[in-house]
Design a protein around this ligand. Structure first.
Ligand code: GDP
Ligand code: MG
Length: 139
């Protein structure tokens, strides 16, 4: 059964471009409740651990470099069927393929610098949320 929470990051490209407010507005307008939220920055070790599943991919070094170059916003979001609903809201990994009305269509620059992360399963949502937030920070 789908849990009602997912995890997101507003990535360094979108923070640099001043799009935190615009993206959080799209998220809340879509009916997600923010249950955890912070501005933080990943260390190289953090990014390597967070994206460990991609460590054999040719873009892994570039991904770690990108994700550590400046602050990110981390958040846990709540909504019915949150993981799938949020993946729909963010759109395809490559903004060239992202549907109209999605966050990546509006804010992503490229397949690498694509503005937002969204967990891909309930299991990963729980792991990723716990990676960033203590229990007392999850409301
Ligand atoms: P997501 O689940 O839609 O975020 O996509 P993936 O899990 O496939 O990839 C994780 C992240 O790696 C993406 O969001 C991008 O930031 C980055 N990424 C994926 N494919 C590429 C690529 O071909 N080149 C680069 N530079 N980065 C990529
Ligand atoms: Mg993914």
């Amino acid at each position: 059964m789908a849990t009602n929470r997912t995890f997101t990051m507003i990535k360094p490209d979108a923070v640099e471009a001043g799009n935190i407010g615009g993206i959080l507005n799209m998220i809340t307008e879509a009916g997600f409740k923010i249950v955890s939220l912070k501005l933080t920055q990943l260390t190289k070790a953090d990014a390597e651990q967070f994206y460990a599943i991609h460590n054999a991919r040719p873009f892994f070094g570039e991904l770690v470099e990108f994700m550590t170059r400046g602050p990110i916003v981390a958040a846990i979001l709540e909504k019915d069927n949150a993981v799938e609903a949020f993946r729909t809201l963010i759109g395809a990994t490559n903004p060239a393929d992202a549907a109209e009305g999605t966050i990546r269509k509006k804010y992503a620059k490229s397949i690498g610098e694509n503005a937002v992360h969204g967990s891909d399963s309930d299991e990963n949502a729980a792991i990723e949320g716990a990676f960033h937030f203590a229990g007392r920070e999850q409301f």
